[in-house]
Structures are given as C-alpha cells and as structure tokens.
Write a protein that binds this ligand. Sequence first.
Ligand SMILES: Cc1cc2nc3c(=O)[nH]c(=O)nc-3n(C[C@H](O)[C@H](O)[C@H](O)COP(=O)(O)O)c2cc1C
Length: 447
Amino acid sequence: MTEGSSMHLGVFCMATGNHVAGWRLPGSFTSNEDIAALTHIARVAEAGKFDFIFVADGLSASVGDHPGTIARLEPFTLMSALSMRTHRIGLIGTASSTYTEPYNLARLVSSLDHLSSGRAGWNVVTTSTVQAAGNFGAEAPPEHDLRYEMAAEFVEVVQGLWDSWEDGARLADRESGRYVDPAKIHALDHKGRFFVVKGPLNSSRSCQGRPVIVQAGASAAGRAFASRYAEAIFTVQQDIEEAKAFYRRTKQDVAAQGRAPDQCKILPGLFPVIGRTDEEARATLASFVDMVDERSALNTLSERLGHDMSGYDLDAPMPELPPSAHIHSYAAVVRTLAQRPGCTLRDIYNIFAVSRAYLVACGSPATIADLMEEWFTSGACDGFMVVPATFPGTFDRFVEGVVPELQRRRLFRSAYVGRTLRDHLGLKMPANRFAPPAAGASRDRSA
Ligand SMILES: Cc1cc2nc3c(=O)[nH]c(=O)nc-3n(C[C@H](O)[C@H](O)[C@H](O)COP(=O)(O)O)c2cc1C
C-alpha cells in the first residue's frame, strides 16, 4: 500500500481519557502528567502504525475543567521526551499564536523536529478563553477574526524563520575551518502589522523541511486560515453528508490558494466504543452515559459553546443561543444534533460529556471499520483523529481490534513506509523560499 492510498490516523492523547470520567474506570490512567502513561500511549500508537499522536493545550486551569486539562504537560516539552522513546510516530503539539512570540515558537517546534528526526507538527490555536487572557495581562482575548489575522502573520513569520537556513548551510568543513555558508543563512527582516522579526532562526532546517502545520477552526475566518496554511485540519463532525460538503468545499478553497488539494488532510474526530459484539459495545456506551455527572457535563458544554448552559431545562429542546456566544465549530454540531427529532438539551450534553462532541462509532471492530470505511471511501475525510474514552483501555482495544480490521481491508498501512511526519501524511517537502528553485520543482506553495 502506498502512503497516498492509506487513510491517516492520529490519536487524541489525553491520559485521563477523553471521556470526562474515563479516569474513574479501574485500570485507567489518572494523570495527564504521567510520563509512563503518556509513553505507553505513544508506543501503542506506533505499534498500530498511526501517523501521529496529538496533544492539545490551553493556557489556564480551573478546578471544574475536564480532568485532563486541569494539570497537563506543556506539549512540546512532552513531545521532546516522547521523541526519545519512539522512532516513527509523528508528534503534533498545540501552541497558541495569540500568547506566544513567533521566534520562540519557531525555535521550540524546530527543536522538536530535530530531536525527532522530522516528526514534528504544530496545531495552531488562537485561544478564545477569558481565563487564558487573564494570565497574559488582559481582561479578554483579542476579538475572534482579529486573532486569525494575527495568526496568519504569525505563521508567515514562523515559516519564514524555518526557511532562514537553506539545506546545506552547515558545512562543518574541518579542512577549511568553515562552519557555515553565510550565503545560505538568511535574515527575514519582517516588519508587519503585529510582529517585527529580524531573523535568522538559531535552528537549522530539519530533515522534513518544515514541521507540519495543523489547524482546527471551523468558523469562516478559521476555514480561510486553514485553506491557506493547514496541512491537516482536525474537525468535529457528526453527519456524513455535512462532512462530504465540508471536504469538497475545503479542498476547493485550498486549490484557490494555489495549493494542491491533497496537501491538506481532513481528519474528523472519531470516538470509538468497542465491544466484542455490537450489543456489548452498546452496553459500554450506556455505562459511559451513566458515568456523566451533570455539573461537569454542563461545564464542558458551556465551555464548548462559549455560553453558560446552567439554568436551562435539560429535558426541553435545545434553546436558541445568542449568535455571538457561539464557538463556531461546536455550534454547528449542536445545530445538526438539535434538528434530530425529540432531541433535548440532556441528549446534547450527554454527547458532549461522553464524546466531547466527536462522532461516536459504537460496535464490534468490524462495525467500527464499516463506518470508517464509508466515511473514507465516500469522500468525507482523509482519515480520523481517534478520540479514545479511556487510556489504556479503549485505545489499546482499538489498536488490537480495529486497526487489523482496517489493514485486512487494505484501508490502512501495515508498516511505515517513510520516516517523517510528512512521509506518513503524504505531504511533500516544502520548497525553501530563499533557495533557488530546483530544476523541475513544483510551483505549488505547499510543495
Ligand atoms: C480536534 C481538535 C483539537 C483542538 N485542540 C485545541 C487545543 O489544543 N487548544 C485550543 O485552544 N483549541 C483547540 N481546539 C479548538 C480549535 O482550535 C478552535 O478554537 C475551535 O474549533 C473554534 O474555532 P473557530 O473559532 O474557527 O470555529 C481544537 C479543536 C478540535 C476540533
């Protein structure tokens, strides 16, 4: 199987489990700061030939939050440790373009790319919460679309810094005593609306050219940003027809930016609930719903929607919310769910609390593989971000049961073909803006 024909799989690595109460099940990991647990997850993902593990991040903590987010390791610090304990798995961490400087970020992610021999990716987030703003001297974050304008310039600077060393700039020629070729190291001299950055970076170009850029926004501004920069997009989708429409539209938008559509992979979150039989899986799903406690469920829903959801009648239909309160991608999911006949606020909060709004795939490994096959082969996605309820339980079961079923159907690789995250995702090595174009090189921006 070539990399191009394999679906792509990542895992949402949250040691306490993505289910809000996953950590309470006997045998589950209980801390998102436990390096042994996090190493186990990375190694299981690698044994399953996953493209990458993904670590989310936020810049605040409050005691009512999801347990995996109250205390967690800074993603690139964690990924650096994991890069020493794994060999092939891609390592995608989250960092905020609103509360970091581009030079720091470019260096941080480039360092991981060197440590891991080209396995690093950066999930660009703009950080919407008031709590995070409070940790950076502000009462509120910059306005939504302004954050994306800042993010666009931020990414331009970061990519410029990653290009500031051409391949072959380090000579280390003992004979002549020349360590570098100054003609291959470039200042950026960026003076923009938000950032002034001279460059060059004090980190050379890595073996995959540049770390992979990932993005997960679904608003108009988020999608415009993604079509320009994202090489992978994480989505929250429940409905296959909506997912197909999103896929088609996004690939067109990517092409309109002068990029090859296959250079941007679309990966919806998939929440697997696995049993030996469909019936056993349904019983497990019911137990996941029973484990939801009302207060934390409402907290998750409020945080997802950017609106305090306590005080509404849980057994009534979903109320209309003020549009300005919506965090767009989740609001779209709620809109889809709310249209289902008889759907109440309680149904919606259960879905948010159990699966964090990701698509639930409940059944035997074959049933789950059927759903994944349908989405993948009908043009709804390029693969999935697997969002396990518990670790190690659900994820180990996925790798032991569902992955072989996907491999048997020739939908997923049985062995790694390449070594870098770009190789796994089928992404081309990016051209360096400072280097003379190689003969016959693609003019695609992302190539
Ligand atoms: C799979 C996935 C992972 C995400 N990870 C993070 C994260 O680690 N940190 C964060 O602040 N936001 C994260 N988000 C939220 C998005 O970056 C984005 O803020 C949200 O989808 C709203 O975007 P929009 O305003 O463009 O609709 C994630 C979203 C998804 C779907």
